[in-house]
Write a protein that binds this ligand. Structure first.
Ligand SMILES: Cc1cc2nc3c(=O)[nH]c(=O)nc-3n(C[C@H](O)[C@H](O)[C@H](O)COP(=O)(O)O)c2cc1C
Length: 300
């Protein structure tokens, strides 16, 4: 899958490669009304990463339904709409607006954007509010609901379990990691919003360990995301417990990255004579458990 906010509405990439080969496209975070986003500058490159503070600039749900969904309805690749609100009611209204619109195959609830003043990360850092948003969206839609989790908490496993209990169909993790960049000539933060969200290879080890941890806390499918740049990265996430993966920042360097990664996974499966990718899901976890089990037996 493509990661929200890094692949526009899919239409932009149509002429670059055959996007119909992808597993799914997750579109830019969508709000009830159009948003201009945060003050410029909104992007800064860091060592192995990208710091962004876009602030959910988007065309709003009505324009998305009018201008984007009609094209999606003829696509083979499913399109998942990423939604974001400032209140619990915003999420319910977004889900209701998108109900029954052809061309939309699922909703991804962004309760984890660190770049909006109201709501955003607040919902994703508390199991109670994360549950409330999930329950509300589930009762407002018949579409599959994916809840996207933030890494900016030390309770990710508890939040994942609460959201799963509330009826989420799947989880995606992680969103960006809160960070800052200072310009030493102005002695001020470079980003207009002062702080931003870090993505790219720099966050991969964080994302991987969180997928591994969450895989031990829930039984619903996990979509791994965070710094995935190569097929090997994707395979690590699958072995940590992800059933699918999303590619974000890598696409900025190489627009073909999602397809290259998919083909790389297929190549790995051929080389290793793996018939079904599900054989690999959580492989690292089961071996770790076996090792722990053996150690326990050995150690009495
Ligand atoms: C420029 C930019 C915009 C983003 N916009 C959104 C968004 O609208 N909604 C969302 O849930 N995540 C958004 N994200 C987060 C990504 O979907 C992804 O979770 C994160 O970047 C980590 O994956 P990556 O390292 O592969 O980019 C954005 C990330 C970037 C870099």
């Amino acid at each position: 899958m493509t990661a929200a906010g890094t692949f526009g509405y899919g239409t932009e990439f149509n002429s670059i490669f055959d996007i119909q080969k992808l597993g799914a496209i997750v579109c830019k975070g969508t709000t009830l009304t159009p948003r201009e986003g945060n003050l410029q500058p909104r992007l800064a490159e860091t060592a192995g990463g990208l710091l962004n503070s876009i602030g959910l600039q988007n065309i709003g749900v009505k324009a998305l339904i009018r201008e984007k969904a009609p094209a999606w309805s003829s696509w083979r690749v499913p399109v998942i709409v990423n939604i974001a609100g400032e209140t619990v009611d915003d999420y319910a209204r977004l889900a209701s607006e998108l109900e029954g619109v052809t061309g939309i195959s699922g909703l991804e609830i962004n309760i984890s954007c660190p770049n909006v003043k109201a709501g955003g990360a607040e919902f994703g850092t508390n199991p109670g509010t994360a549950t409330k948003v999930t329950t509300t969206v589930k009762t407002s839609t018949s579409l599959p609901v994916i809840v996207k989790l933030t890494p900016n908490t030390n309770e990710i496993a508890q939040i994942a379990a609460a959201v799963a209990e509330a009826g989420a169909d799947a989880l995606s993790l992680i969103n960006t990691v809160k960070g800052m960049y200072l310009d030493i000539t102005t002695r001020q933060p470079l980003l207009g919003n002062r702080t931003g969200g870090l993505s790219g290879p720099a966050i991969k080890p964080i994302a991987l360990s969180m997928v591994y941890e969450v895989a031990g806390a829930v039984t619903i499918p996990i979509i791994g995301c965070g710094g995935i740049t190569t097929a090997n990265d994707a395979l690590e996430f699958i072995m940590a417990g992800a059933s699918a993966i999303q590619v974000g920042t890598a696409t900025f360097n190489n627009p073909h990255a999602p397809l290259d990664i998919l083909e790389g996974i297929e190549q790995f499966m051929k080389t290793e004579a793996i018939e079904d990718i599900t054989e690999l899901i959580g492989a690292a976890r089961s071996q770790a458990n076996e090792k722990i089990g053996r150690a326990e037996i050995r150690d009495g």
